[in-house]
Ligand binder design. Structure first.
Ligand SMILES: Nc1ncnc2c1ncn2[C@@H]1O[C@H](COP(=O)(O)OP(=O)(O)O)[C@@H](O)[C@H]1O
Ligand SMILES: [Mg+2]
Length: 277
């Protein structure tokens, strides 16, 4: 499965690194993550809008079709443009094609027709290193969090940076502001099973954005959460959006969509309709 977790457990990014660098990073990761100094800059909250935030869409789908190999037609004639800095809700009933849409955007599935560009790359045509590099520019959040059970909160988040070859100093510089942003500094040394569902989801959001990707995809991030925790998650996604990250979030929670004023598309039987622009 491709995800931020996939990136961290997938040996591919590590295999990209020279042996000596890989060993050094491995050693570093085993070390306790040092406490943050107050003088450190705040990379998350000081996040600049992505440098490619020009008029070019960050996501564009043209006449996209997706039929799975078993004949299941998940998406039909989908056209969609998402501009840098947008916040888009994707709604629709279960089985309508929401997850398929996101999977196409991060290159886990390939379309059977039409074209897709993400951050000006034809993601469906990318392979190997180019695809791995591209995926580093996309944060992904899932309904079921996908945290590493035997790693602490801090390690779950730091792991992404470590796997991508960030220096220990840079990991330190990014980790604490990111945990602060999701309100989990005090839980940094806890393990996932010591957290509530809402807290686990906030860890997974921290993990998805700690390398400041320009695009964040969240697939039913509130699906397992109660109303209060769902709202908290949406607030964090909005905060990330306000600092320049483009957010696409799927949900079948009508209430969350109603109380927001962001654009909404609905997928029904694989077809996409604009409900609110
Ligand atoms: N890997 C797969 N193989 C075959 N069919 C699939 C696969 N993934 C999803 N589908 C089918 O595609 C349709 C859309 O699924 P999905 O995108 O998961 O919908 P949603 O996320 O809206 O619930 C469904 O009919 C589902 O059964
Ligand atoms: Mg789904």
């Amino acid at each position: 499965m491709t995800s931020v977790l996939h990136r961290s457990t997938d040996p591919a990014p590590l295999a990209d690194l020279p042996e000596n660098v890989r060993t050094r990073l491995q050693d570093r990761f085993k070390l306790v993550v040092p406490a943050r100094s107050d003088s450190d800059p705040d990379p998350v909250l000081d996040h600049d809008p992505p440098s490619d935030s020009s008029v070019l869409p960050i996501v564009s789908l043209t006449d996209v079709e997706k039929t799975y190999s078993n004949g299941s037609q998940a998406l039909t004639g989908v056209n969609l443009t998402v501009n840098p800095g947008d916040f888009l809700f994707v709604t629709g009933p279960s089985g309508s094609g929401k997850s398929t849409l996101l999977k196409l955007l991060y290159g886990y599935e390939r379309p059977t027709g039409g074209s897709i560009r993400v951050a000006d790359e034809p993601i469906a045509d990318l392979r190997g290193n180019r695809l791995a590099k591209m995926r580093r520019r996309i944060g992904i959040v899932f309904q079921d969090y996908k945290l590493i059970p035997k790693r602490t909160v801090a390690e779950n988040v730091a792991f992404v940076l470590w796997a991508q070859g960030f220096t220990r100093k840079e990991i330190h510089r990014r980790l604490w502001p990111t945990l602060k942003m999701v309100g989990l500094q005090s839980k940094a040394q806890c393990f996932p099973d010591e957290l509530s569902g809402g807290e686990q989801q906030r860890v997974s959001i921290a993990r998805a954005v700690v390398n400041t990707p320009p695009l964040l995809l969240a697939d039913e991030p509130t699906g397992n959460l109660d109303a209060d925790n769902s709202l908290q998650v949406i607030k964090i996604l909005k905060k990330l959006n306000s600092i320049g990250i483009t957010v696409i979030v799927t949900t079948h929670d009508e209430h969350l969509v109603r109380i927001s004023n962001h654009p909404v598309v609905q997928i029904k039987n694989g077809r996409l309709h604009h409900l609110r622009r």
